[in-house]
Design a binder for this molecule. Sequence first.
Ligand code: FES
Length: 132
Amino acid sequence: MMGALRIAQNERGWLKPEIIEYVADYLEMPAIAAYEVATFYNMYDTQPVGRHKITLCTNLPCMLMGAGELGEHLKEKLGIGFGQTTEDGRYTLKEGECMGACGDAPMCLHNNHVMHTHLTSEKVDELLDKLK
Ligand code: FES
């Protein structure tokens, strides 16, 4: 289920209800089972997202290493809050759960695939510049 939803999201950009139901139907599972997975894990997007989704880990180890300040920095730079997308559709900012890289905190994930660790405000600015 998870792999099928991931593939569907990669191909379609986000998981609209028809896609979630299609995946469930294809796997011969009840639609509610697919909805449960798609809405439980935050790597799945059940709303449209920007071209660059930045998921900042805000669990305790990352917060102790400055993720709170980085979150405020990102919000100010992008002019959006967590769970929002910039008007030009370029960036979406999300809060994430621990991604198992606590030793390299604070960290974020770009489009569910590329991890950026030991973040500072300067590194966040460099990342945003690269993603333009
Ligand atoms: S708490 Fe952020 S990666 Fe574990």
